[in-house]
Design a protein around this ligand. Structure first.
Ligand SMILES: [Zn+2]
Length: 227
């Protein structure tokens, strides 16, 4: 009886939160934008997002439609500021990631491969919400991009379009990746603004955010169940 009540309250609370906070229970809501994917939080081998081609200079790549539209908007705004960005790598399937990781591991060993490449299922590129960028005419992905005017523009402006520079300098221990000024991740404008303001990695932001959500759910439960 009590258990049933608890379950129904959780369901109702989750449904209520779903509308206003798409990140409520973020790692279960695959239509949202704020779920955390990293070396500890893997995506199912069977998860295949609906994607479309991203229009812009560079490689022909796909992303989820909301992220693609936001990226096109970002490219247009950059261009107005005299910054010409190019697409390098967007959505990657589980099996593509598997072959990339396998190649790096064969070349340099597992430890080195883990530093620069994600094991299959642990890449944000599989979400269809990540893009690797370069300046127009280049396909180079390296930390020097962060020092170019293109890279600095991305660092300063990506949040306005719902993107974050996901792997920040100095947080390798937290994110599991070295600084990647070229890798942007779509999280939607609200989260991107908040993350940009905090200047903290998504791992920390998400744990705070989750705590707030669970705290809210627990309050709801307590109010309902106790007399
Ligand atoms: Zn990337």
């Amino acid at each position: 009886m009590l258990l049933e009540k608890v379950i129904s309250i959780v369901a109702v609370s989750a449904a209520l939160l779903n509308g206003s906070m798409d990140a409520a229970l973020p790692d279960k809501n695959m239509d949202g934008t704020a779920f955390l994917v990293n070396r500890q939080h893997a995506i199912s081998k069977n998860f295949v997002p609906v994607t479309r081609k991203v229009n812009g200079p560079g490689m022909s790549q796909t992303m989820r439609a909301d992220a693609a539209a936001a990226l096109e908007e970002m490219f247009a705004a950059a261009k107005e500021d005299g910054i010409n960005l190019a697409i390098v790598s967007g959505y990657r399937s589980y099996s593509k990631q598997s072959s990339i990781y396998g190649r790096k591991k064969a070349e340099n060993g597992q430890e080195a491969a883990d530093r620069v490449s994600a094991r299959p299922g642990t890449s944000e590129h599989q979400l269809g919400l990540a893009m690797d960028l370069a300046k127009k005419g280049s396909t180079q992905l390296n930390t020097a991009f962060g020092k170019t005017k293109e890279g600095q523009w991305v660092t300063a402006n990506a949040h306005r379009f719902g993107f974050i520079v996901r792997y920040l300098e100095g947080y390798e221990d937290v994110t599991g990746y070295m600084y990647e000024p070229w890798h942007v991740r779509y999280v939607g404008k609200d989260h991107a603004e908040a993350l940009f303001e905090s200047a903290l990695p998504m791992e920390w932001y998400m744990s705070d955010h989750k705590l707030q959500v669970y705290d809210y759910l627990i309050h709801q439960l307590t109010n309902e169940v106790l007399p």
